[in-house]
Design a binder for this molecule. Structure first.
Ligand SMILES: NC(=O)c1ccc[n+]([C@@H]2O[C@H](COP(=O)([O-])OP(=O)(O)OC[C@H]3O[C@@H](n4cnc5c(N)ncnc54)[C@H](O)[C@@H]3O)[C@@H](O)[C@H]2O)c1
Length: 460
């Protein structure tokens, strides 16, 4: 099929490249000329493992093309995926102006009937507004539009594998033709008919993808409901961590046992610095706003937000408690991205922590395996150092803010010998308190007993 993808961010690029890999002809467009120039030069503007391979292969097979001209992408397409950003407004409501803008462009460029698919995360009932906008903007042409919702559940860092091997594909439609087109688009994925760069030589067998056909409003709601529940699980684990700290229990032990209940599950039940990124915080805000608009009391989600925001304060309290005076202390920061395997720093808790340390006039040196360039744009004047050992050298404290595998595998004995004061705040509960204590660190994490070198090492 001939597909257009509008918006070449994380979702648009993964969607466009992967659908091209499965045999469709894809033209992707973005209104950011620099982004399009980078893509046309064969480079990716984002860090997403495996995506470069998919992009190169699809481009070489002439199934994927990038253009800055939206009309060029839309004109010959049978179906159009809208993948533009829906950031939060000051009120928490989703800003849908990019969707409206795109509707105008689609209507102006279309001379034949199209299926327009919302892949961006949008509040329920956006589909109705989108259909109305397309018909109003295209009224002089007489072209008709079908609208569908196809929320995306990919996770940055594992986006390519998630797109090729989803647990569910949700399509919200209002007519049989839209369902037929979406089944055709996803047929190769449902049948495993693609070359997966994530699993070589072959993908694991026995994985089943559910193809769920719903109304448009349900599909829109499913995405917000999923992300809000994930945020809720994280905040739940974080309050458990607070309680464990008071009671001298260990939150890892508690969440491990709780999560072994298949009705609960282990994932997203991890205590730490809380959630960030472009999805969870804004989707929860938008969901709260939607519920309020409809007169439904979902204040439980306000608590989830509040608990999440408090994590930064709690980390700062731990830092102040251990350092006494933060001003002029040399602090090393490991991790800036909102989670590992991505360079995305949008709503990253690490960036907030750095800003708080800056406001207390600490002397900060920060590192991240891939997010330094992006972090530079929001933290001007900060010192960034790629080498984590160099960040630790001479530091009065080291803060672990993103759970990169690379940091778990550091030579912590070497770091111990390089630091001015061997003090570590592991805001992601990545390392073992026992191991850190045996090296001699003063070590703080969330919901697990703090350890200091002065305490005896517990064996057994
Ligand atoms: N990032 C994720 O992991 C993820 C996962 C699932 C769903 N989503 C949702 O998908 C949507 C996109 O997210 P993202 O992370 O890819 O955002 P992004 O900001 O990385 O990308 C959006 C892109 O759209 C472009 N754009 C904006 N207005 C445009 C216009 N009028 N015409 C053409 N291009 C335009 C921007 O230049 C940008 O490149 C959001 O609604 C998000 O909530 C994101």
């Amino acid at each position: 099929m001939r597909l257009a993808v509008i918006g070449c961010g994380y979702v648009g690029l993964v969607t466009g490249c992967c659908l091209a890999e499965t045999g469709h002809d894809v033209v992707a467009t973005d209104n950011d000329p620099n982004r399009i120039a980078t893509l046309k030069a064969g480079r990716l503007p984002i860090h997403e493992p495996g995506l470069d391979v998919v992009m190169q292969r699809a481009s070489a097979a002439s199934r994927l093309r990038f253009t800055g001209d939206c009309a060029d992408a839309v004109r010959n397409a049978d179906a159009i995926f809208i993948c533009v950003g829906t950031p939060p407004l000051e009120s928490g409501e989703a800003d849908l102006s990019a969707i409206d803008n795109v509707a105008k462009q689609i209507a102006a460029a279309s001379s034949s009937s199209k299926l327009v698919i919302e892949k961006s995360t949008v509040p329920a009932r956006t589909g109705d507004q989108l259909r109305r906008a397309l018909n109003v903007y295209g009224r002089s042409t007489g072209v008709t539009f079908r609208v569908a919702s196809n929320p995306e559940f990919l996770r940055e860092g594992t986006g390519v594998g998630d797109f090729f091997h989803p647990d569910r594909i949700v399509v919200g439609v209002e007519d049989e033709e839209s369902e037929r087109l979406l089944r055709e688009i996803y047929k190769p994925i449902l049948e495993g008919d693609f070359c997966c760069p994530v699993h070589q030589p072959g993908c694991p067998e026995g994985r089943v993808t559910s193809f769920l056909v719903t109304t448009i409003a349900s599909a829109e709601l499913i995405k917000h409901a999923s992300n809000s529940f994930l945020g809720l699980k994280i905040s739940y684990a974080n309050v458990l961590a607070d309680l464990c700290e008071k009671l001298g229990a260990n939150v890892d032990e508690v969440t491990q046992a709780v999560g072994l209940d298949p009705r609960i599950g282990r994932q997203f039940l991890s205590a730490g610095l809380g959630f960030g990124g472009f999805c969870l915080p804004k989707d929860i805000q938008a969901f709260i706003h939607l519920a309020e608009r409809e007169g439904v009391d979902f204040s439980m989600l306000k608590e989830v937000e509040k608990i999440n925001k408090r994590r930064i304060d709690q980390l700062m309290e731990k830092v102040r408690e251990a350092l006494w005076v933060v001003k002029d202390k040399k602090i090393g920061v490991l991790g800036l991205a909102f989670k590992p395997d991505t360079d995305d720093i949008r709503f990253a808790p690490a960036i907030d922590v750095v800003r708080r340390l800056q406001s207390e006039r600490a002397v900060i040196r920060a590192s991240d395996p891939v997010a330094i360039e992006r972090a530079r744009t929001v933290l001007p004047g900060m010192t960034f150092i790629q080498d984590p050992y160099e960040v630790a050298r001479g530091a009065d404290a080291l803060l672990l803010l993103t759970e990169w595998k690379e940091y778990r595998e550091l030579d912590w004995r070497l770091i111990y010998s390089e630091m001015a004061r061997p003090l570590v705040f592991d805001a992601r509960n990545m390392l073992s308190p026992k191991d850190m204590q045996s090296i001699g660190f003063e070590y703080h994490s969330f919901g697990r007993p703090d350890v200091s070198a002065a305490m005896p090492v517990l064996v057994g």
